[in-house]
Design a binder for this molecule. Structure first.
Ligand code: F6P
Length: 745
């Protein structure tokens, strides 16, 4: 309203001023028209009265002429009339003839001139008409017209014009304001959708519908500028930042103003297990937990997860919460309880027999059962209810983890539309053809597209996801900005390569490398000088453990000098053991280890076995000892989102020794090219890599390890989480800007 007044008042003033300016011109023009009319009238009167007038003149009847003139001047407009003879004879005039009009001075009133004569009565007009007749000498008829009617008309006209201008000013102003308001709203809507990352650029049809095609170039430039500024700002900040728990805390308290942070995952970071009289606390073998645990310590938020431990219920409070880490609580776990049927359908069934093989190219067929799907939906809903219960505000930041909870983002959005949901998919995303196998592919995609930000480890997985959405969903995909708009909501698809804690916990590095090597040799009965490689995995068919064993076998075939002098220690944490595929995989792994050990084993001599298989859970301290003691670490995954074992091995080697053999099918291979990159299906190549690792000069080991350590140091897990939180912060700031911008308009 204020904006309208600011615009309308000046416009009215300008138009009024204009009306004032033109009114004298209009006056003069009207006067000129009337003067011309009076001249024509004078000619007419002169012609009309010439005959009777000359008759009277010829007859010398002056009195009659006087009466005649009086009659004529009864005309409303004719004020005075007179006759000036050309030769002899006296002039005759009505009494009203002004004194200024004299027969000897008639040149003052030329034909066609303005001939105005002011008088008390008002302005007069003098017109002189020559008259001739055969019976009487020529003379001049003088007609004085009353011009006051013309002045009155002119005033009326001016008033009319003035009002017309005012009216016009108001109409023009109102029209302009209405049009301006409409355009401004449209422009704002355009800008808003632009800032939200939708609209003009991504949907030219929508822009055209809004009638704003002309804004598209501006929008594009503006968007590019904002992106460049953000990228520049971030690049500058990121390169200068040391990414530590303090950095994360600073982001949370600065950029996010202490907003509510909730992590949701299936696996909990601490599991309470009953062992007879005691309750033991276990940390699971999980890349997800390895990455998120240090973040939660830094952020002191809430972690919602399935309470899977046998003593989990015994230690929680009445809200199902427990403070962790147990020795020094820094954040809380809220446990979600699942029945055995729910766990079987949701976790073992849909998540691990369906989605897990679907997303990993390990040539294991996914199994999809509708009963599993029903449990998957119900359990996701259960998690959503816990998120709502735990949220302290209506717009928390919720970090949803992994393929167990694909439906959760949309469910959260439905309950809390203002929440910022960041979903991270820890496993690979397959190509559209592979994903199409899933009978509930649309529901899964729609669920994930409830996220504000959707993260994958690699750009390749982001591309696969966006291609899949493009293929199967009625969604708008913007490949320039990597966003997907679905159901009126935009999701940014981003690459966030996960990493490990850096610098690692000093307790894990406390035992010197030499001591670790000596202890590990003693533990495994290896003689002095015996070389060994380490493999650390969950006992999962995607990890390429069979392929790794075959590589060892091939090494011993091709390089028999290593027989009895080299071993592979395989630490294999039991996992998902109630699934048939995992049981049969474990059986295959055990059988292959036995076969190779029999083939290249002791043979009567007291030699170490080539494969030492440890199917049991190891804690972080034990695993670190193996990393620090080993000559090499062999990661041979057939398909892996990232693989944190590779990064942990690098982080553990502060002596800059040891060689990493890394599958090309891991996300980590894109970040650690100084590793010996192998194709796990190529047994000869893997065997050659093992030989190369065992014979690599110390200098080369150091050079490679230094580069890899530099990468892990720079891109640690705090940076992984920090980048997601910073993206969430700018997203929240942008939508705040749009909201407040809307208020001002
Ligand atoms: O790799 C996917 C993942 O969820 C990891 O994040 C984690 O390391 C692993 O699977 C653990 O699986 P589970 O929770 O089934 O033991």
């Amino acid at each position: 309203m204020r904006l309208s007044l600011r615009f309308v008042l000046p416009l009215i003033l300008v138009l009024t001023g204009f009306a004032y300016a033109v009114s004298p011109l209009v006056d003069r023009m009207i006067l000129r028209w009337f003067t011309r009319d009076l001249d024509i009238r004078a000619v007419l009167i002169a012609n009309t009265i010439s005959e009777p007038l000359f008759e009277q003149l010829a007859a010398g009847r002056k009195a009659k002429i006087g009466e005649f003139f009086v009659r004529i001047t009864q005309d409303e407009r004719l004020y005075a009339i007179g006759f000036c003879p050309g030769g002899e004879g006296s002039a005759v005039a009505s009494k009203s003839m002004p004194a200024e009009v004299r027969c000897n001075d008639l040149e003052r009133w030329p034909p066609g001139g303005e001939n105005a004569l002011p008088s008390k009565r008002g302005p007069l007009h003098v017109s002189v008409q020559p008259m001739a007749n055969e019976a009487y000498p020529a003379g001049k008829l003088v007609l004085v017209h009353d011009l006051s009617f013309a002045t009155r008309r002119s005033e009326e006209t001016t008033r009319y014009i003035f009002h017309a201008f005012i009216g016009l000013a108001v109409i023009v102003s109102l029209l302009t304001v209405v049009i301006a308001q409409l355009s401004w709203r449209g422009w704002l809507a355009g800008m808003r959708s632009l800032l939200r990352g939708e609209g003009l650029l991504r949907d030219p049809a929508a822009a055209a519908k809004m009638g704003l095609p002309e804004f598209r170039p501006i929008a594009r430039d503006l968007q590019r500028l904002v992106r460049d500024l953000e990228a520049e700002h971030r690049a500058r900040d990121e390169s200068q930042m040391a990414w530590t728990p303090e950095t994360l805390r600073a982001i949370l308290h600065g950029e996010l103003r202490g907003d509510d942070v909730i992590v949701v995952s299936n696996r909990e970071p601490y599991i309470h297990q009953r062992r007879g009289e005691r309750i033991e606390v276990q940390q699971p073998a999980s890349g997800l937990v390895t990455a998120l645990e240090p973040i939660m310590r830094a952020c002191s938020g809430t972690w919602i997860a399935h309470g899977s431990g046998s003593a989990d219920r015994e230690v929680v409070d009445r809200h199902d919460c427990v403070g962790v880490p147990p020795e020094n609580p820094a954040y809380k776990i809220r446990r979600v309880w699942l029945s055995a049927e729910e766990e079987a359908g949701y976790y073992y069934g849909f998540a691990n027999e369906g989605l897990w093989p679907l997303c990993h190219i390990a040539h294991v067929r996914p199994i999809f059962r509708s009963s599993d799907w029903a449990h998957y939906v119900a359990v996701n809903r259960k998690f959503a209810r816990s998120v709502v219960a735990e949220a302290r505000t209506k717009n928390p930041i919720v970090l949803v983890q992994d393929y167990h909870l694909a439906l959760l983002p949309r469910m959260i959005r439905k309950e809390m539309p203002e929440a910022t949901v960041i979903t991270f998919w820890h496993i690979p995303w397959p190509n559209p053809e592979s994903f199409a196998i899933c009978p509930w592919r649309q529901e899964i995609l729609a669920g994930m597209l409830g996220s504000s930000i959707l993260g994958f480890h690699t750009q390749f997985h982001c591309n696969n996801f966006v291609d899949t959405v493009d293929r199967f969903m009625e969604a708008r995909v913007d490949r320039e900005n990597f966003t997907v708009s679905f159901g009126g909501k935009s999701t940014a698809v981003r690459r966030y390569p996960i990493s490990v804690d850096w610098p690692p916990d000093p307790a894990l590095l406390a035992k010197p490398v030499e001591q670790c090597a000596a202890d590990m040799r003693a533990l495994n009965n290896f003689p002095a000088g015996h070389r060994f490689c380490i493999g650390v995995d969950r006992l999962d068919y995607t990890k390429g453990i069979l392929e790794r064993f075959r590589a060892v076998e091939r090494l011993l075939e091709l390089n028999p000098e290593w027989i009895g002098k080299f071993s592979l220690i395989q630490v294999a944490a039991p996992t998902r053991s109630s699934i048939d595929e995992y049981q049969s995989h474990e059986a295959q792994v055990r059988a292959l280890a036995i076969r190779i050990n029999e083939r290249f084993g002791r043979g009567g001599r007291d030699l170490p076995l080539p494969i030492v298989l440890k199917v049991e859970h190891h804690d972080a301290g034990q695993v670190y000892e193996y990393y620090r003691a080993a000559d090499c670490c062999f990661v041979s995954s057939l398909h892996d989102g990232m693989n944190l074992v590779a990064k942990e091995f690098v982080a553990a080697r502060d002596d800059e020794r040891g060689v990493l053999i890394l599958s090309q099918f891991t996300g980590a291979a894109r970040e650690l090219p100084e590793a010996l990159i192998v194709n796990p299906y190529d047994t000869d190549q893997c065997a050659a890599a093992l030989h190369l690792a065992l014979t690599m000069p110390v200098d080369e080991q150091r050079n490679r390890m230094r580069l890899m350590r530099g990468l892990v140091a720079e891109f640690n897990v705090y940076r992984w989480a920090g980048r997601m939180l910073l993206d969430a912060a700018s997203m929240r700031q942008r939508s705040h800007l749009v909201e407040t911008g809307g208020g001002a308009a």
